[in-house]
Design a protein. Structure first.
Length: 310
């Protein structure tokens, strides 16, 4: 048993660049804890990533990880497979120039995310980019999210966007930010793979005007059924907060015919008068995907028929 513990310690030492922090009151521990506060994230441009899967997806996306804190005390209790994965992740982070800092369990628990502690927390330089630098994936629809307040909803929308091939997400209004650790966690790290921009609602409307971007807005009293909208032309899908809906600025711009905006509604057959915004996003994202796949299949059929007739 002693030899095994020595071997495990040597593995950690071979990839560790700093001494183990043992005090919960350590200054670096205290400053790292503050990154769960939005004001501190805005000031520093840094955020926290909880969990191995989320950190791995950040690394895969080549986003900058500044430092990884890990619970050195818990390493010995991991299974052989988990130890190997733990070590591989730390080595990959080190190869991307991240500092690796071991902590004993008490200080680590101060920066970890409650009961979902997986033994790793990363400090990353990550935030939504500005709209002028936004580069969505071509030939794919977009999400425009106006004032989405709850981190869990925003993270779930990122998961749907990633799964259904949404080309990018634009955030506007007074909502939560994409760098919120709870958003990152709820997105399962997909927030790092979907192009993101953030700006004021007015600026996003002007961006849509300049691009002649068609917009489909989900509203409780929408004029079109969700499955009757033409999603194959890659519109921007506009979603507002559950409390307030989309900003009146969108409807004003549509009334003035500055933007082409079509409202869409999902049927509500029960007592509730609306769906959770992330559920609405998932429905519309997959209907968009279905229509794009049908359109692609029809195009392929026409090409085969043309070749067959020649």
């Amino acid at each position: 048993m002693v030899n095994k513990e020595i071997a495990e310690l040597s593995v950690l030492q071979s990839i560790t660049t700093t001494e183990t922090i043992t005090s919960p009151s350590n200054a670096r521990v205290r400053s790292t804890m503050k990154l769960r506060d939005a004001a501190v994230r805005r000031e520093t441009g840094l955020t926290l990533i909880d969990g191995q899967r989320e950190i791995q997806r950040c690394l895969t996306a080549k986003k900058e990880i500044v430092e990884i804190f890990f619970d050195a005390d818990s390493f010995a209790s991991l299974s052989d497979t988990d130890k190997k994965n733990f070590e591989l992740l730390l080595r990959e982070a080190s190869a991307q120039h991240a500092s690796l800092t071991p902590l004993s369990t008490r200080p680590f628990s101060k920066i970890a995310f409650g009961n979902r502690n997986e033994g790793l927390v990363a400090v990353a330089r990550f935030h939504a980019g500005v709209l002028v630098d936004f580069k969505p994936h071509p030939s794919e629809p977009l999400f425009i999210l106006d004032g989405i307040e709850k981190p869990g909803n925003l993270g779930a929308i990122f998961r749907s966007a990633d799964a259904a091939g949404i080309g990018g997400i634009i955030l506007c209004g007074k909502g939560t930010d994409a760098s919120n650790p709870a958003v990152i966690r709820a997105s399962l790290g997909t927030v790092f793979s979907v192009p993101i921009a953030c700006d004021t609602t007015s600026a996003v409307i002007q961006w849509c005007i300049a691009r002649e971007q068609n917009i489909v807005a989900a509203t409780p009293d929408g004029s079109t059924h969700w499955h009757a909208v033409e999603f194959a032309d890659q519109p921007a899908i506009l979603l507002g907060s559950e409390a307030h809906g989309i900003s009146s600025l969108w409807l004003e711009a549509a009334t003035k015919k500055n933007i082409a905006l079509e409202t869409v509604a999902l049927p509500m057959r029960g007592l509730a008068d609306s769906l959770n915004v992330s559920a609405t996003a998932a429905v519309l994202a997959y209907e968009s995907l279905r229509q794009r796949e049908v359109s692609a299949e029809n195009s392929n059929v026409k090409v085969h028929q043309k070749h067959a007739s020649q």
